[in-house]
Design a protein around this ligand. Structure first.
Ligand SMILES: NC(=O)c1ccc[n+]([C@@H]2O[C@H](COP(=O)([O-])OP(=O)(O)OC[C@H]3O[C@@H](n4cnc5c(N)ncnc54)[C@H](OP(=O)(O)O)[C@@H]3O)[C@@H](O)[C@H]2O)c1
Length: 249
């Protein structure tokens, strides 16, 4: 891939699961990828020695960490073309009356404040760089549409991601910035390991739910990253076909 089609990509939560798959796929595609997350060792494993990988230990809930991440990317590659807001956590199950206030704050910080801080730093740079513009990809969830039972905090945060996606799409377009939200259901990662064994259903029963290979999400992200900036894909839903979501179960 020549320098003109090689994008500068920042991925949060790049050390594991979906983020790791995306990072490896984009590095294989020939893009320059900054891998961010809290655990340096897993970021290094994900980068797998690629000369186009830059590992930057980052807590997305810390504004100074996030600013340092984008400063480092700017100092290394001079611009940022794509941000993938992927870091997230599911947290302890519960209905809204069962929330522990501290756990709620942590959940919101990781799943919503982090993406807002990263999008803000990315957008500021995308507006002023030459050529200007860029693409922001938010990892939402089926829970941005419909909650699982006993997942109030996660579902509230992921609904917030939808507001972030819509706001970036609207406020960014005059600056050649576009935004995609990927809403995933049951990609096989650590986060869904329990769901594949038994997941609480709205009728109170437990059932093992199907999962799918997260490599397909990485393929979709590879496609999105390669698109020119005059094309926008606002929402993309990818889910295990047999999982209970469509209709009433
Ligand atoms: N798997 C699915 O089917 C599915 C479905 C819907 C949505 N999603 C979304 O997809 C994203 C990735 O999930 P996954 O399934 O790949 O789970 P995962 O393997 O648990 O990945 C989560 C990543 O987020 C990072 N992270 C957590 N807190 C962070 C923080 N404060 N700062 C920076 N990084 C942080 C973790 O790394 P460190 O702990 O090292 O920081 C980890 O690499 C999440 O946003 C999740 O909500 C996944």
């Amino acid at each position: 891939m020549d320098q003109s089609s090689s994008r500068v990509v920042v991925i949060t939560g790049a050390g594991s699961g979906l983020g790791r798959q995306m990072a490896r796929r984009l590095l294989r595609d020939g893009h320059r990828v900054a891998l961010a997350g809290r655990t340096a060792s897993t970021l290094e494993e994900a980068a797998d020695g690629s000369p186009n990988g830059l590992t930057v230990p980052t807590d997305v809930t810390s504004h100074s960490d996030v600013t340092s991440l984008f400063d480092r990317v700017g100092a290394t590659w001079g611009r940022v073309d794509v941000l993938i807001n992927n870091a997230g956590m599911f947290g302890r199950p519960g209905s809204v009356d069962q929330l522990n206030v501290d756990e709620w704050a942590d959940m919101l910080a990781v799943n919503l404040t982090g993406p807002v801080l990263c999008a803000g730093e990315a957008m500021r740079r995308m507006k002023r760089q030459t050529p200007r513009g860029g693409r922001i990809i938010n990892n939402g969830s089926l829970s941005a549409h419909t909650p699982r039972p006993m997942s109030a905090a996660y579902s509230v945060a992921k609904h917030g991601i939808t507001g972030l996606t819509r706001s970036i799409s609207l406020d960014g377009r005059e600056f050649d910035i576009s935004c995609t939200q990927i809403d995933i259901g049951n990609a096989a990662t650590q986060m869904t390991a329990r769901v594949a064994v038994e997941a609480l259903q709205p009728d109170g029963s437990l059932r093992a739910e199907p999962t799918f290979d997260p490599a397909h999400v990485a393929d979709a992200v590879s496609y999105l990253v390669g698109l020119p900036l005059d094309v926008s894909v606002p929402f993309l839903t990818m889910m295990a076909n047999q999982m209970p979501f469509a209709g009433r179960g």
